[in-house]
Each structure stands twice: as structure tokens, then as C-alpha cells.
Design a protein around this ligand. Sequence first.
Ligand code: PLP
Length: 459
Amino acid sequence: MADAIDSGRDSFGARGGPVDVFYLPEGTHRHPTVSHGDGVYLWDTDGKRYIDACSGPVTTNLGHRNMRVIEAMRAQAEKICFAARQHFENEPNIALSDLATDLAGPGFERAFFVSGGSEATEAAIKLARQYAVARGDAGRWKVLGRDPGYHGASLGAASVTGDPTSEAVFASVMQVMPKVPAPFTYRLPENHDTDSYARHCAAALEATIVAEGAESVLAFIMEPVGGLATGALVAPDHYYSAVREICDRHGVLLIYDEVMSGAGRTGTFLAAEHWPDSRPDIVTLAKGIAAGYTPLGMVLAPSEMVDTVARSGGFLHGHTYVANPLSCAVGLAVLREVVDRDLMSNAAAMGTYLRKRLSEVQETSRILGDVRGLGLLNAIEIVTDRDKKEIPDAALRASTRLTEIGMGNGLLLYSRRTANGKYGEWLMLTPPLIVSEEETDEIVERLAKTLTIYESEII
Ligand code: PLP
């Protein structure tokens, strides 16, 4: 909770006042007011320019003021903004389904559109559950998640999210699901290397399924490349095959949460494509698919699953804004930009370049502990001593303070301190997929300066 207050990210609006007044007492930190954006830059109302090293919360994949998207939005708004699902399909919904399922490839013939990532998690869980019921397997209902992990803020999504802070407050109003350890690669338990720990984590998944009673386990949900919860964690290849085999062995559906990792960010449309022999059964996307221009989330599933649910009486799920024409038109324009400008290749190339530049900074920085990620989904781990991998004490407010110093230096950062600092503290380095080499250099230079200032503050 303190994290949320510090970053101001959960602020409520207040009549006639700054958005943070609900949480933040007078005189405490205030965010500047945004004026406009262009490409990877944003300006505040005082005219100060910021370079976006994180795409907001890993969302603005095309940067700002993309005229193709804005034009598609305007054209759709002039035609129709809303038509009820009980009356109509809409053209952007159909076209976006076609493009997204083409990009996702075999096994993902159907797309369902919602308003964001949390709704996508809810829809994926309900789809999996209805599929089990329709197949006469109604005893399956548990959805295993990872600790740490993040799948959204709504209660169903929070129940599969591995976050003890949220759990402590909301456990009484949700069904907390079992968790298995995420295969961290940086700090390892004694007697483990990266490979053996990943094997241990896969074995823990199987052991948990067995302990819970495999016939009661519906699904396992995980981020194939971690987002904010694990700081761009990428497991060794064998972990992904092991997870797939374990799920198959026990009749458990595998759900990949690609809300952050999807839509081209890791260099492929789905991060799942990096591990072709361990395809998930259901995938969720959001954030990058509409790139911040409108709210949009997506669930991809095989036609056999969707048809089975349809034959059983239909999907018991929907929101007012399901398959919203305006959001789908934006999503379509965004994905066409990603494909036509080959931004997935740019994400792969710029990601490699960014990690190389970050490793150079690491050589001289005492507090840059780890550089990790895939494509443009990256993070750096902040420590107080690189050799000892020491997690900063909460009183040092490392991630919050680095974000503040970054803003002072015209650099937008997205940071996370895990609950009680247990797993560490990191900054996401996830610029828009349009980022150039020059802009990447600017990000790294401003970041190096930010780290140096913070280092001098804590020594
Ligand atoms: N899943 C992951 C991996 C996320 O990173 C997020 C948001 O950060 C969500 C789900 C929830 O998405 P939203 O905030 O759009 O509801």
C-alpha cells in the first residue's frame, strides 16, 4: 500500500484539485501536469520535456501522436462509436479478430475483446472454467498462479496474483488461489544455479497440482516474460517445456498472461513464440494492443474451446464495452502499424542494444545489480552493493526516489519494490517499440546520471 501512495499511481480524482489530493496530504510530492506528447517524448504544462523509458506502465508501444492511429480513431468515431453486442457485430471487431488470430497463429483462432488486462484475466478464467464444465469436468476450479506475479486489480485477477500485500487486505473477499514460486534467475536459494532453480520451480508446480488434487485444478496462469511483478524475468528454455508437460500430464490448462509481453514487445507478436514447443491454451493481451490510445484487452483461445462453450449455452461473460468499435478500430490501426513498420524487429534489435548499453553502465555503477529481459521488455535490478546483491532497505525508498530523480532529469521510469522487499527492487526499461538507437542512448545517459545522483545520496 505504501508503494501505491508513494508513486501516486492509485490516485482518485478530486473536484477542482490535483488528482493526488485524495491520498497525498498537502505539501507532499505532486506530479507535474502533462501537456502533450510526440513519439517517445512527453511535455508538461511548464514546457519541460521527458523521454519515456517505460511506455508509461508498458503501454504506449507506438509512442505518442501516431497519426495513423489518430486518423483511424477519428474515422471510426465519425462512423459509429458504440453498437450493442446483442444487436450487431462491428467491422473493426471482425478485422481486428482476423489480424490478431493470424498473427497469433495455430491454436488461437478466436479473439474476444474487453477493456483491459484485468478484464482479460477474468474472461480467461471464466472461459477455462466453462470449458471444463461443458466437458463434464466440473470438479476443476482451482487456478494456480506464481509468487510473485500480477494478473490484475479486480478480485478474480487478484486471487491468482502473487502479492502478499494485496492478499492481506483482500483475502476475505476473494478465493485466494494456490501459488508456486517464480523461477528467479538473479538471487538464487543456496545450492541452486539458474537451471536447477528453474527445475525446482517447475517441480513445485507439479507438487502443488498433486497436493491440491489434480482433478480439482483447472489452470495455471503465468507471465511468460515477467512484467512489473518479477522485473522482466525470463526463465531458462527448459522451464517452459516442463510447465507445458506438467499441465498436459494433469489435464491442467495453461494460460499465458501477455498483457505486458504481447503485441510485439519481446520481438514477436506473442512472447510464447520464443518457446514454440510449449504453446499455452489461452492467452491474454492488453496494454500494447491499443498502445494507450483507447482501453482494450483481448483473450485468444482455440476454436474448439470456444465452440464447446458456445454449444453448452454460450459464454457467461460480458461487459458493456465488449468489442467496442472505437477501441477495436484503434487496436487494428496499432497492430497494422506494428506489422507495416516491422516494429517487432525493431523491438528485438533495440532490446539487444539497450541491454548492451545497460551492461556498460553496470560496470561502473555499484547499485545496478542485474540487467535482464527480452526484446523491449527489460528491467534493471537496484541493489546497494553489486557484489553482495543487497536489496535496498525500505527506508532508502530506492525505486520511488529513482523515479523522482529521473523525472527531474527528464526521464520517465516505472519502478517496483516487491512486498517487504523480499524479492528485490527494479526499474522497468521498456521504451516504445518505435525507439531509435539515438533515443536509446539518450535514455541510457539520463538513467546513468539518475543512478549516480541516487548513489551519492545513499552513500
Ligand atoms: N497482467 C499483467 C501482466 C499486467 O502487467 C497488468 C497490468 O499491469 C494486468 C494484467 C492488468 O491489466 P490492467 O491494468 O489493464 O487491468
